[in-house]
Design a protein around this ligand. Sequence first.
Ligand code: NI
Ligand code: MN
Length: 226
Amino acid sequence: MKLTYFAHSAFALKTEDHCILFDPFITNNPRATIPVDDITDVTHIFITHGHGDHIGDTVELAKRWNPQIICNYELGHHLSTMGVENIHTMHIGGRSKLDFATVKMTPALHGSGILKDGEFITGGVACGFLVEIEGKKIYHAGDTGLTIEMQLLTDEDIDVALLPIGGNYTMDIADAVKAVTMIKPKLVIPMHYNTFGPIEADPQDFARQVTGAKVTVLDFGQTIEI
Ligand code: NI
Ligand code: MN
C-alpha cells in the first residue's frame, strides 16, 4: 500500500480498494503541495480531534466523495450538524472491526474543542488511531504529549508510527524519541512540524536521535510504499 504525506498531520493511505485520509488539513495548510481537488475517490477519513488543522477539509471532502468518517462521538455529532452523513463514532480504548480495517481509538493528551462562529464547542477528547489493514498496523498518534499509555502499544507490533515532533502543542523531538522507545514500531515517520512558527523542528535531528526503529522523513507531498 502507498502512504502520502501532505504536510502537518495529513496523510493518505491507499490500498487497491481504499483511499483513507488522516486529518486532511490541505486547503489552508501553508505547506501542502497537493491541491485538495487532486485527492479523489476518498473512502474513509480519520479525524483525531476537533482543531481546525485536523478537521481541515473533511466537510467538503465528505460532501464530494461520501467517505466513512471515523472520529469520536462528540466530533461525529458536530459533523452531522454540518451535513455529513456517513460517520462511524468510537471512543478512547475502543476497538472495532470495520469492513475495511480493524481500528482502535488510542488516547492522546491534547484538547479537541471545535471553533465554530467564534465560539468553542465541545469536540470530546483528542485521540490517535491504530489501524490494522491488509496485514499492516499503522499508528497515527494525532496531537499528543508524551504519555505513559504509549507503552501499551508495544504489544501491538506496530509497523508504521506517525508521531508529532514539532513541540509547543505536542511532543517535541526529545519526547518523540522517548515515545519511539516505548512504542517500538518498525518504522517511524515524523509529522506536525514546520507548518507554522511555534512548531518548527528539524526532522533530520529527530531521525539522528531515534534508536531501535527506522525513521523515514517524508517531503511534503511525497508518497512511499509501506
Ligand atoms: Ni490540535
Ligand atoms: Mn494540531
